[in-house]
Ligand binder design. Structure first.
Ligand code: ADP
Ligand code: GLC
Length: 485
C-alpha cells in the first residue's frame, strides 16, 4: 500500500505540540509495516530539523493555483529511514520566524498558506509520480485535501483510486475563514452549502475534511464520543460528526518509545528502569531541583508540568491551588503560550523561588528532565483529544494527575485502590476537586509501598504504537478498497 501523509508539522523536522510527535511517529511505524511505502509531505519552514538534516533539491519547480494566480512550489527531499520526506518550498509563505503565528498572533494569511500547501501536496505527488492508495491528512491545515480530491481532482485519473483518511487531533482549532477564502481555495460556489463547505457564512477547513474524507479518525475513543455527543466538545461540528458516525473511529495515540525511554535517556543524570527506578528517579529529582534552584529536599513532592499554556490545559487551576501546598509540594512548569498564564506563573515562581520554578519556552531537553525528576505530572485539562505527556510521564514513573476526559480518561486509571491505579484523576477541571486530590497525593506520598506500586503500574503500561498502527493500516485498507469499487 502507498501512503501519503500530508501534515503541517512532524517531529524531528518541525513541531509545536502533540500533532508533530504523532505524525512523525506514524510515518515511521507505517513505513516499517510490510508492503507499505510512505511519503511524508511537509512545508519547508525556516530552519526545519534545526540543521540536523540537509534536504536535497528534488528536481525543478511546479506551479500551484492559488486564488486565480499561479504560485511556484519547489521541492526538496530527505530520506528518513524508510520514509521519503518532501518539503514544499515557497519562501513567501513559509520562510518566517514561526510556523503558524508571530508574537503578534496567528498569521493573517494562514488560509492562503495552507490552501497553497494542500494543493502543492496534490500537485507534488503527481510531479514525483507517487500515486497514493491513501492520503492521510491531519487537522485543519490539510483539511482541504479530502475536499479537493472529491471536487477539483475528481476527474483527474491520477487520483481515481486514491482514498483520504482525516485525523482530528484537536477540533477546537478548525481553520475557520471568511467566505472570500473560497476564492483563494479555488473551490466551486456550488459546493458552498451547509451540507458541504459553508459554515456560518465562511469556509471551515476542518468541516470540509469531515464532509469529504472517506474515513475520519480521532486520537482517542473517549474523544470520538465526546465530540459527537457533547456540544461543548464538538465546537459546532457535532452535527457533521454524527452524520459521519459510521465512518468515524477513535484510535489512541502512542508515544515514541525510543525517544521517551528512561533507561537510555541521555538528558538524564543516569538511566533507570522498572527494576531500579527508585535510585534513578531520586537522582533525576535532585538534579532537577538543583538545576532550577529549588530546595534539594527529597521529601517534598515534585509536581511537574510540560505544556502549551492554553485555557485547554487547565493550568489556571494549578495557579489557584498551588499556593496552599507549597510546604509539601514543589511545582516545576515548562510552558509556552498565553501571556496571562505565563506572567502569573512567573510571578508565583518569583515569590517562591525555592518551591516553584517556571521556565518559559520550548525546551526538549528540560522536558526530558522534568518527566524524569517529577513524582507527579500535572495535567488538569478541560478537554484533551489524547494527550501525550501523561503517557510519557507514566513511562518515566511520574504519576499523572489528570481530568477524566478524552485520551486522559483512556490512559490514566484511578479508583482509590493503589494496586489498580497508575495515576490520579478528577472528574472535571475544578479548583475544589484539584485541591482535594492534591491533599490525597500528599498523604499517599508518605505511604511509600503504595506509591511505588502505582509507579510500577504506570511504568509497566503499554504506550507503544503497535496496536494503534495496526488499526490505522486496517482502516487504510478499508478506505482504499472502497475506492476500488
Ligand atoms: P498539545 O500540546 O498539542 O495539545 P500533547 O499533549 O499531545 O499536545 O503533546 C504535547 C507534546 O509537546 C509533548 O511531547 C510535550 O512533551 C511537548 N511539549 C509541550 N510543551 C513543551 C515545551 N514548552 N517544551 C518542550 N516540549 C513541550
Ligand atoms: C492535539 C491534542 C492532544 C493530542 C495531540 C496529538 O494537539 O491537543 O491531546 O495528544 O493533538 O494527537
Amino acid at each position: 500500500m502507498k501512503v501519503l501523509i500530508a501534515v503541517s508539522e512532524a517531529f524531528p523536522f518541525c513541531k509545536t505540540g502533540g500533532l508533530g510527535d504523532v505524525s512523525g511517529a506514524l510515518a515511521q511505524v507505517f513505513s516499517r509495516a510490510e508492503n507499505t511505502e510512505v511519503v511524508l509531505f511537509l512545508p519547508r519552514y525556516r530552519n526545519v530539523g534545526g540543521g540536523a538534516f540537509s534536504p536535497k533539491a528534488a528536481g525543478g519547480s511546479f506551479l500551484v493555483p492559488v486564488g486565480g494566480r499561479l504560485e511556484t512550489a519547489t521541492m526538496s527531499r530527505v530520506q528518513w529511514g524508510k520514509v521519503a520526506v518532501y518539503f514544499i518550498e515557497n519562501p513567501k509563505y513559509f520562510d518566517r520566524p514561526g510556523m503558524y503565528r508571530s508574537t503578534a498572533g496567528d498569521y493573517d494569511d494562514n488560509d492562503e498558506r495552507f490552501v497553497f500547501f494542500s494543493r502543492a501536496v496534490l500537485e507534488g505527488a503527481k510531479f514525483i509520480g507517487f500515486k497514493p492508495d491513501v492520503i492521510h491528512c491531519h487537522d485543519w491545515q490539510t483539511g482541504l485535501i479530502p475536499a479537493y480530491l472529491r471536487t477539483i481532482y475528481r476527474i483527474d485519473s491520477f487520483y481515481a483510486k486514491t482514498a483520504s483518511v482525516f485525523t482530528i487531533h484537536n477540533i477546537a482549532y478548525q481553520g475557520m475563514f471568511p467566505r472570500e477564502t473560497m476564492v483563494k481555495a479555488g473551490l466551486s460556489w456550488q459546493d458552498f452549502t451547509p451540507e458541504k463547505l459553508e459554515f456560518y457564512g465562511g469556509l471551515n477547513f476542518m468541516k470540509a475534511a469531515l464532509v469529504f474524507a472517506d474515513l475520519v479518525t480521532t486520537v482517542s475513543p473517549t474523544y470520538a464520543s465526546e465530540i459527537q455527543y457533547r456540544p461543548e466538545f464538538g465546537h459546532g461540528l457535532e452535527g457533521v460528526l454524527k452524520a459521519r458516525s459510521a465512518d468515524m473511529f477513535g484510535i489512541l495515540n502512542g508515544i515514541d518509545e525510543e525517544i521517551w525511554d528512561p533507561a537510555t535517556d541521555t538528558f538524564l543524570e543516569r538511566g533507570y528502569e522498572l527494576q531500579n527506578f527508585q535510585r534513578g528517579k531520586a537522582a533525576a529529582k535532585q538534579a532537577l531541583q538543583h538545576e532550577l534552584g529549588l530546595d534539594e529536599n527529597k521529601d517534598l513532592i515534585l509536581a511537574g508540568v510540560v505544556s502549551r499554556l492554553d485555557h485547554q490545559k487547565g493550568l489556571d487551576i494549578l495557579l489557584n491551588v498551588a499556593p496552599e501546598f507549597l510546604d509539601k509540594v514543589q511545582f516545576v512548569v515548562l510552558g509556552l503560550g498565553d501571556p496571562g498564564l505565563s506572567d502569573a506563573l512567573a510571578a508565583l515562581a518569583a515569590a517562591n523561588p525555592r518551591s516553584v520554578a517556571f521556565r518559559s519556552g520550548f525546551d526538549e531537553s528540560l522536558a526530558h528532565r522534568i518527566y524524569g525528576g517529577s513524582d507527579v505530572f500535572v495535567m488538569p485539562s478541560r478537554f484533551e483529544p489524547c494527550g501525550l505527556p501523561q503517557m510519557i510521564a507514566m513511562r518515566y514513573g511520574a504519576l499523572p494527575l489528570v481530568t477524566r476526559t478524552g485520551g486522559l480518561k483512556d490512559t490514566v486509571f484511578y479508583n482509590g485502590e493503589p494496586k489498580d491505579s497508575n495515576g490520579f484523576a478528577i472528574d472535571s477541571a475544578d479548583d475544589g476537586q484539584f485541591r482535594s486530590v492534591l491533599g490525597h497525593i500528599v498523604s499517599l506520598y508518605g505511604w511509600r509501598e503504595n506509591w511505588n506500586m502505582m509507579v510500577r503500574n504506570a511504568m509497566r503500561g503499554d504506550y507503544s504504537w503497535t496496536k494503534s498502527a495496526e488499526a490505522y493500516l486496517k482502516l487504510f485498507s478499508v478506505a482504499a478498497q472502497r475506492r476500488q469499487l
